[in-house]
Design a protein around this ligand. Structure first.
Ligand code: NDP
Ligand code: HEM
Length: 481
């Protein structure tokens, strides 16, 4: 192909340095199509950033099955040891804008798109096994408190702690966030979790509930708060650079992938509600079982085309991996494709990074930016007698029935001591040094909130573990008197 510079309509450009003018000192001519073409495209370069997880870095790689779990899932990409499936992963911070610092204290997004032979499966998780809230109706409010004050446009410690202290089921995730895992050393040294409970469906359409765990083979490595703060100024793109450079020099990061599996009949009587995303399943109850490994071995050629335009959704499922009654998951099933239509347009799935390798055959047509031939001359209605694509007629292709009892209604979770127990367990598990870091990290942040808000939150820390709360209280007192 020729290397001649062209306009967006492919016409050769004679000059890219000097605009056409009326005479040597006269105004610019509107007939200079190349200039108008260039400026008007530039004017439209920015698309809406993700409303959360705006700052991120991505890479290509593959998933390889190392252990057979075909008795648990009929997903074809899992059905043979040694089978490899291409994937694209994107890691991110949550609350900051697209130009914000990679080392901010925040959960890290851990999203993986598996391009399987049965369409895309997106595992859209975080580097933490739990979340702050357990009902999707709270999500926009929660995120508002992590963003900027509507008047000052500043981060707002009052809003941050006001919300969390009034939603105390957040205590477990708050404890992880303020431990040193809240400031991981880049993206290669952290684990990923589905956090949610999903369902695995086998060939007999039996359900087992499942949580996915991606454990880093690079080893867990975190930044101390002082180093994270320093890097936020010196190298705000620390994690992005670390991932890109590692892959570029052939040091390909890897994660071992495990599942925790809960038989369906356990779900009714298990100590914790298995669909409450503020809780983990202790490993002694449901041990990790090996499934495979994820390797990242290729950087994107173009950040915008791939990392910015990639669109993950927990609702992108394959036969053999399905939803669960987890309320947060249910809210997310709607929210992601909805935001993709806003951020990227109704045909977002036609963008190459989002395109399933196995193809798309359906009766959806037209809309902005239909760029893949719009399914040609095939019929655009169903049923038809023109040999159009047909449903599988197999139960279990897109869903299996989940057990249900009772009536519809609004059933709030009742707050109990159990909502504090796992945060307490985590505190007990930390080394002395990690405990001290946790206390100082919390005190350094909560000191900026009003006293009444601080006191309410400190009572929650005490309920998780008396020593934990007392130490936060003492550390805050030292800072604010
Ligand atoms: P286990 O001792 O069997 O497991 C502890 C888990 O905690 C391991 O997965 C470990 O991950 C992780 N962990 C270690 N240090 C930290 C830390 N500073 N911050 C967050 N996670 C850490 O205990 P349980 O399964 O009974 O869980 C005890 C507590 O551990 C839970 O309340 C929860 O807070 C936390 N946890 C539990 C997980 C689970 O799925 N059960 C997953 C992650 C955390 P690693 O081996 O990678 O270091
Ligand atoms: C991104 C909504 C909870 C992980 C997003 C986006 C939205 C959103 C709108 C932007 C997506 C885009 O523009 O492409 C919600 C809602 C939630 C919720 C409504 C609760 C009801 C969670 C939870 C997790 C999570 C619990 C993890 C377990 C992610 C990740 C991304 C993301 C990793 C970034 C994906 C990427 O890299 O493109 N979320 N979210 N979210 N969310 Fe959530």
């Amino acid at each position: 192909m020729s290397n001649t510079l062209t306009t967006s309509s492919g016409n050769p450009v004679d000059n890219n340095q000097t605009s056409q003018t009326a005479g040597q000192r006269g105004p610019i001519l509107i007939q200079d199509f190349h200039l108008i073409d260039k400026l008007s495209h530039f004017d439209r370069e920015r698309i809406p950033e993700r409303v959360v997880h705006a700052k991120g870095a991505g890479a290509h790689g593959y998933f390889e099955v190392t252990h057979d779990i075909s008795h648990l899932s009929k997903a074809k990409f899992l059905n043979q040891v040694g089978k490899k499936t291409p994937l694209f992963a994107r890691f991110s911070t949550v609350g900051g804008e697209k130009g914000s610092a990679d080392t901010a204290r925040d959960p890290r997004g851990f999203a993986v798109k598996f391009y399987t032979e049965e369409g895309n499966w997106d595992m859209v998780g975080n580097n933490t096994p739990v979340f702050f809230i357990r009902d999707p109706s709270k999500f926009p409010d929660f995120i508002h408190t992590q963003k900027r004050n509507p008047q000052t446009n500043l981060k707002d410690a009052d809003a941050f702690w006001d919300f969390l202290s009034l939603v105390p089921e957040s205590i477990h995730q708050v404890t992880i966030l303020f431990s040193n895992r809240g400031t991981p050393h880049g993206y290669r040294h952290m684990n990923g979790y589905s956090s949610h409970t999903l369902s695995l469906i086998n060939k007999d359409n039996q359900i087992n509930y499942v949580k996915f765990h991606f454990k880093t083979n690079q080893g867990i490595k975190n930044l101390k708060a002082a180093d994270a703060d320093r890097l936020a100024g010196e190298n705000p793109d620390f994690a992005t650079e670390d991932l890109f450079n590692a892959i570029q020099r052939g040091d390909h990061p890897e994660w071992n992938v495990y599942v925790q599996v809960m038989p369906q009949h356990d779900a009714e009587n298990y100590r914790w509600d298995p669909f409450d995303v503020t809780k983990v399943w202790p490993h002694r109850d449901y041990p990790l079982q090996s499934v495979g490994r994820m390797v990242l071995n290729r950087n994107p050629d173009n950040y915008f085309a791939e990392t910015e335009q990639v669109a993950f959704s927990p609702s992108h499922m394959v036969p053999g991996i399905d939803v669960s009654p987890d309320r947060m998951l249910q809210g997310r099933l709607f929210s992601y494709p909805d935001t993709h239509r806003h951020r990227l347009g109704v045909n977002y799935h036609q963008i190459p990074i989002n395109r399933p390798l196995s193809g798309v055959r359906n009766y959806q047509r037209d809309g902005f930016m239909s760029v893949n031939g719009n399914q040609g001359s095939g019929p655009n209605y169903e049923p038809n007698s023109q040999n159009g694509p047909q449903q599988t007629n197999q139960y279990g292709t897109t869903y299996v029935s989940q057990p249900l009892h009772g009536e519809t209604g609004r059933f709030p979770y009742k707050l109990t001591d159990d909502d504090f127990a796992q945060a307490g367990n985590l505190y007990r598990m930390l080394s002395d040094e990690e405990k001290t870091d946790l206390i100082n990290n919390i005190a350094g942040h909560i000191k900026n909130a009003k006293k009444e808000i601080r006191d309410r939150q400190i009572a929650h820390f005490k309920r998780a573990h008396p020593e934990y709360g007392q130490r936060v209280q003492d550390a805050v007192k030292k800072l604010v008197g």
